[in-house]
Design a protein around this ligand. Structure first.
Ligand code: GTP
Ligand code: OAA
Ligand code: MN
Length: 609
């Protein structure tokens, strides 16, 4: 790019925000795109960009009228999930990244990345996306600007966040701080070079500079690696802001439940990726008289309200949900939202009617599909048609059960917190914590079998504190201290009650010990009744579990004995678990809060170990 065309970029910056104009200019000079384009966020613009993406082969327009105004994308088979080994927290001091994060010296990292980004956008358009996470009318709106060379990212960001002119005008009016989030697929085009449908680079870097509150992402176009408002900003960077400002940025769903008497409760739930947040957030209760409403399905920003209560806000505008396992029989609310259209599907299978399909969507399996790799597929193929981490990206306001309070700028009071993981054994269906500190202990020792949401082996048990292991933007010991400190900052009488849940425990025959999905409403009913002092429980060494007949089984083909089996605390399993927890805690060293050390001692004593 010549000097004069660089100059054109500078002159064209349609913003009065000096820092933003300067940053865009600096990045344009570094990455050397053919064009710089400021995203306005309008429907016309989106129609144009998606039409271009269809033209270039990145998107396929769905022609089945069940999926109006929707598109399918197919990624490079090597770019299908978050890449945790390639994710870095580059704090100035290595100690501030802690043992759960990859770290590199920020000056060294910047200089390496600057080399990678030099010319990285050649032959492409550089898009500038002003966005806000959470309500634009929040007391302190959380702004960001993503620069990307992927139009697929622009179209997806438009679903996941409020973007464009409206946000830019407010950033300018307030001369506000914004998180600079730089993204490139890392695939510059030489003059005349033919583009591919999913450009990316084998070399991937997802890098966060917490002190500067900035993000540099290189080489991937997929999900949390590329839609930088989500995991990179709303969790990793926001967790650092939250530590500094006394709030919490968490990987949680938020669900509002109203009992037959008309009393409402807001429940937040932290489960690791692909462990049931979106499904619970769109719960269809199977018990009479209970109503569920959605507030959020992946991220919860919690602040302490003026009466000392914890208040949660969902900072996202869309769902980026795991497709496989989301179906008409177990999650009709999600399916209804998806089939209203305006969605982008990635790595699902295509039907012969020009629609999409994935394992579990319908009970009847189509006779013929084109799988996510573009191959012919039949039920006899012996392989999955959709990638296990294939996703639907759908506007949240298409969810019929969306709560009006979703739009409330100061969120909702949180009455209960669930920590949950995917464990075949050991962890009961539900356990109530003995106290706030014990609840933090449960969260800090949360464990789950790994899933396809991140690259790497699937099914390995790993500790995942508060389901935030891949998302804590600072030292995990300091993170637990921060959680511990909430008790003294909040009104103790208004603190949420904490429960550990496990929808994935297996029975003696290897099947699920609990039907899950809509029937999870029965477990939530027990939890709410516990808050009200109405439900029976048994005290075990690990906390309070339901008695066999305290869970409402009306209409279910289950007996109280089945419930007892689903909540049993097995001595041998817990001996193994305790050893594993001790091993986990040892990794924190001095950084572990004293209250959690005391909780561990208490558990040991109660287990007679
Ligand atoms: N057995 C069982 N499976 C469930 C239940 N809830 C969800 N699942 C399955 O778990 C998988 C992932 O569920 P999601 O709700 O998409 O998980 P998530 O936590 O929102 O995932 P991320 O978007 O990656 O953070 C799907 O395949 C579901 O079918 C349940 O209650 N029981
Ligand atoms: O970030 C992503 O790619 C999807 C997601 O919600 C998760 O993995 O928790
Ligand atoms: Mn998630």
């Amino acid at each position: 790019m010549s000097e004069s065309s660089d100059q054109k970029v500078i002159d064209a910056a349609p913003t009065t925000h000096a820092k933003l104009a300067a940053w865009v200019q600096e990045i344009a000079e570094l990455t050397k795109p053919d064009r710089v384009y400021w995203v306005d966020g309008t429907q016309e613009e989106n129609d144009r960009l998606t039409a271009e993406l269809v033209e270039t082969g990145t998107l396929k327009r769905l022609t089945d009228p069940s999926f109006p105004n929707s598109f399918a994308a197919f990624s490079d088979p090597k770019d299908v999930a978050r890449v945790e080994e390639r994710t870095f927290i580059c704090s100035e001091d290595e100690k501030d990244a802690g043992f759960t994060n990859n770290w590199e010296n920020p000056v060294k990292m910047k200089s390496m990345l600057t080399g990678l980004f030099d010319g990285a956008m050649r032959g492409r358009t550089m898009y500038v996306i002003p966005f806000v996470m959470g309500p634009l009318d929040a007391e302190q709106p959380q702004y960001g600007v993503e620069i990307t060379d992927s139009a697929y990212v622009v179209a997806s960001m438009r679903i996941m966040a409020l973007i464009g002119d409206k946000v830019l005008r407010q950033i300018e009016a307030e001369d506000a701080f914004f998180v600079p989030a730089l993204h490139s697929v890392g695939a510059p085009l030489a003059p005349g070079q033919q583009d591919v449908a999913w450009p990316c680079n084998e070399d991937k870097w997802i890098v966060h500079f917490p002190e500067e509150r900035s993000i540099w992402s290189y080489g991937s176009g997929y999900g949390g690696n590329a839609l930088l408002g989500k995991k990179c900003y709303a969790l990793r960077i926001a967790s650092v802001m939250a530590r500094d400002e006394g709030w919490l940025a968490e990987h949680m769903l938020i669900l509002k439940l109203t009992n037959p008497e008309g009393k409402s409760y807001n429940i937040a739930g932290a489960f690791p990726s692909a462990c049931g947040k979106t499904n619970l957030a769109l719960l269809d209760p199977t018990i009479e008289g209970w109503k569920a409403e959605t507030l959020g399905d992946d991220i919860n920003w919690m602040r302490i309200g003026k009466d000392g209560e914890l208040r949660g806000v969902n900072p996202e505008y869309g769902l980026f949900g795991v497709a496989p396992g989301t179906g008409w029989s177990n999650n009709p609310n999600a399916m209804n939202a998806i089939t209203k259209g305006n969605s982008i599907f990635t790595n699902v299978a295509l039907t012969d009617e020009g629609g999409v399909w994935w394992e579990g969507m319908t009970d009847e399996v189509p006779a013929h599909l084109t799988d996510w790799l573009g191959n012919d597929w039949t039920p006899e193929s012996g392989r999955v048609a959709a990638h296990p981490n294939s996703r639907f990206c759908t506007p949240i306001d298409q969810v019929d059960m969306l709560s009006q309070e979703y739009y409330s700028p100061d969120g909702v009071e949180i009455h209960a917190i669930l920590f949950g993981g995917r464990r075949k054994t050991t962890i009961p269906l539900v356990t109530q914590a003995r106290s706030w500190a014990h609840g933090i202990f449960m969260g800090s020792t949360l464990s789950s079998e790994t899933t396809a949401a991140a690259a790497g082996a699937v099914g390995v048990v790993r500790r995942d504190p508060m389901a935030m292991l891949p998302f804590i933007g600072y030292n995990a010991g300091d993170y637990l201290k921060h959680w511990d400190s909430i008790e003294s900052k909040a009104n103790p009488a208004r603190l949420p009650k904490i429960f550990l849940v496990n929808w994935f425990r297996r029975d003696a025959d290897g099947g699920f010990a609990w039907p899950g999905f809509g029937d999870n409403s029965r477990v939530l009913k027990w939890a709410i009744d516990r808050i009200e002092g109405k439900a029976e429980a048994v005290e075990t060494p690990i906390g309070f579990v339901p008695t066999g007949d305290s869970i409402d089984l009306t209409g279910l083909d289950m007996t109280p004995a089945d419930v007892e089996a689903a909540v049993v605390v097995d001595k041998d399993e817990w001996a193994t678990e305790l050893a594993s927890i001790q091993e986990w805690y040892a990794k924190f060293g001095e950084a572990l809060p004293a209250s959690l050390r005391a909780e561990l001692e208490g558990l040991k004593e109660r287990l007679g170990a």
